[in-house]
Design a binder for this molecule. Sequence first.
Ligand code: SF4
Length: 360
Amino acid sequence: MTGPDKDFFNYSYSELVDVLAKEFDATKFRATQLFEWVYRRGVTDFDQMTNISRELRVRLADRFVFPVAAVNDRQISTDGTRKYLFEVEGGDLVESVMIKQPNRMTLCVSSQVGCAMGCKFCRTGTMGLKRSLSTSEIIRQVRGVLEDAKNFGDSFSNIVFMGMGEPLHNFDGVTRAVKLLTDPIGLGMSPRKVTVSTVGLVPAIRKLAASDVSVSLAVSLNATTDEIRSQVMPINDRFPISELLDAIKAFPVGPRKKVTIEYVMLGGLNDTEEDRKRLAKMMRGMPVKINLIPYNDNAGLGFNSPSREWVYEWQRYMSSQGLQAFIRWSKGADIAAACGQLATNSKRQSRLPVLEQAAA
Ligand code: SF4
């Protein structure tokens, strides 16, 4: 890029303060006003920012743009889950999912176009990595879903970076987006309600731990032996389970907070009697809660779903061992929005007028 970045969504609050001071001789207060208009009220038309002088608004309109992630498609599951296909820079497509749960709505956003991690149970992993998303492209997914949520009279309460891509492989783009989401002058979300989920990039977990970014952490463990974990998650060859556990133990969790351990149960492969014993032993004494995610065999990647009864058995066993375990049944499987099912051909598709249909 030549010249200053015009994309407003790439700027943190402190960066905006600097730009306004240097280029507009404007005070910090102006940056606060701009952030409030954009992130609190959802207004991106300078003409509507009536508490800013007209002269300054004209100059700002020349300096900043507010790109929109175009909704290329939207599907709604019978269970209320909504999957969005967004078109970002260069016609690349990424997916975001609104997951309806009894007591909350969770927005799952993508951090990359494709993914380099190659987990064998995940369709995104079969795409390979095309590129990482900019902070703006992540924020645009959030804004796009928020806008469409008006058609349904709802909104989200939680955000998880668990869509396409490995969030910590796009460290800067994701952590900057987290800061905008949690900045009290930005979207103002509690860091407890924003979760970054990683495949287990140990150096990046340590970097996040040492940074000033406050966010909840989830780690995909998915096996209790290095042999099986390497089989389904190639990253384990670089960062085996023992190193990963050390990084989790060192991750700063505040009082009453825990790291989430994600465990996708692949029927007959990583969910044996021995596995549950090993998992309980591994987790004992760690500040964690466990999410048991029964694999959805609709993904068509050659793995099996565990039986419902066995999943409940696992949960009961973890409780008997003093561990907190939750079952996360797949949502949106009928629209391929469930865990492990997200994938696009990352090429431009004909844009469907889905928003207009919904509003009609
Ligand atoms: S599970 Fe996550 S990290 Fe693994 S391939 Fe899929 S998107 Fe990438």
